[in-house]
Design a protein around this ligand. Structure first.
Ligand SMILES: C[S@@+](CC[C@H](N)C(=O)[O-])C[C@H]1O[C@@H](n2cnc3c(N)ncnc32)[C@H](O)[C@@H]1O
Length: 328
């Protein structure tokens, strides 16, 4: 093959992108965020604080400065940026070394269809998370930050009369539900979640008994209210699990009850926006065996699960689309 320096350089940069992830993981585990400050420290001081070799730590800091994760204030003096304080957050099961290891199983998984996280770690993401390691605690916190940011838009999209009992299935630490209860103070809220995610639930859900119910919706769902929510839960499920979970929702519904499902929709094939979602879509497969679904794929899942006909709600400002299914 003829030499083509520019193409080789581009290929090398792309193939070496793992170096960015590994540098971030090392920086997070060395707790650089704790030791760097806005006024700056020498590499030698930072090496002493982190118990590392100054020469190599200097190279890591230089690399991180290129990425704007830290700032080189003067030659050999490094300070914090607005990313540094938050650096430890990425040491979680999804973005940390566990997630990276799962991605190394991608090629094999494309052949077998088996979820890479399970193939690499020997158990599912949620079973791994249930061990309550520091990395799983940080994952819940990361998820909650996303939930907090989306909660006002999500709560505004849930149409309520104001006196219902709302059951948020897989509601994380309860931020969407808390926002709903603030908007509709006469409603009651029940968070139905895996035990691994209920360690630090929103305080509003601890004000009354039985507002937090630990359980696995894949094993069954008790009738706990009259409006059921599933926000961004199906993306983390393969088709079989998603259908099972939805069929448990269908069984829990009584006449007059509703299920509202909120999901990011995968653009249709040919839509120029579809490729922009591809990395996130693959990541959902690598970690959970899930993925985003098109409108048609979701409606098909609802039908297969035996749910009443779905009414599509307007897309929320955070890019999530809702579907409402009411049992007459
Ligand atoms: C992406 S988070 C969404 C959290 C929240 N609904 C939101 O929109 O902010 C998915 C949540 O689903 C929960 N989950 C996944 N499978 C579940 C199951 N089988 N039963 C109950 N909860 C589940 C996870 O623990 C996680 O908190």
């Amino acid at each position: 093959m003829d030499p083509d320096f520019n193409s080789d350089l581009k290929l090398m940069r792309l193939a070496n992108a793992f170096q960015v992830s590994c540098a971030m993981h090392a920086a997070a585990r060395l707790e650089l965020g704790k030791y760097l400050n806005p006024t700056g420290s020498t590499v030698n001081d930072l090496a002493e604080l982190t118990g590392t070799q100054a020469r190599r730590l200097g190279a890591l800091l230089g690399f991180l400065a290129q990425l704007e994760v830290v700032a080189e204030l003067e030659p050999g003096i490094y300070g914090s940026t607005n990313l540094t304080d938050r650096l430890h957050l990425v040491d979680n099961i999804a973005q940390g070394p566990e997630g990276l290891a799962a991605w190394t199983g991608l090629e094999q998984a494309l052949r077998t269809g088996r979820t890479p996280f399970e193939a690499v770690h020997g158990e599912s993401f949620y079973d791994y998370a249930a061990k309550q390691s520091e990395q799983s605690r940080r994952w819940n916190a990361w998820n909650s930050n996303a939930s907090k940011a989306m909660a006002p838009a999500m709560a505004a999209a849930v149409e309520l009369q104001g006196d219902e009992t709302v059951v948020d299935i897989g509601g994380g630490e309860g931020f969407v539900l808390a926002e709903l209860l603030t908007l509709h103070p006469k409603c009651r809220g029940v968070l139905f979640e895996l035990t691994s995610a209920t360690g630090h639930v929103h305080p509003i859900l601890l004000e009354e008994p039985n507002q937090v119910v630990e359980g696995n919706a894949l094993e069954g769902l008790p009738s706990l209210g009259n409006v059921y929510l599933l926000c961004r839960v199906l993306v983390n499920c393969d088709d079989e699990a998603a259908e099972l979970l939805l069929s448990h929702c269908a069984q829990a519904l009584r006449p007059g009850h509703r299920l509202m499902v909120f999901e990011p929709l995968l653009p249709e094939p040919g839509d120029p926006l579809r490729n922009a979602q591809a990395a996130s879509d693959l990541n959902l497969f690598v970690l959970w065996g899930g993925g985003q679904r098109t409108r048609g794929e979701l409606l098909d899942l609802f039908r297969r699960a035996g749910l009443p006909e779905a009414r599509e709600l307007p897309r929320t400002s955070v890019g999530i689309t809702g579907f409402e299914m009411r049992l007459d």
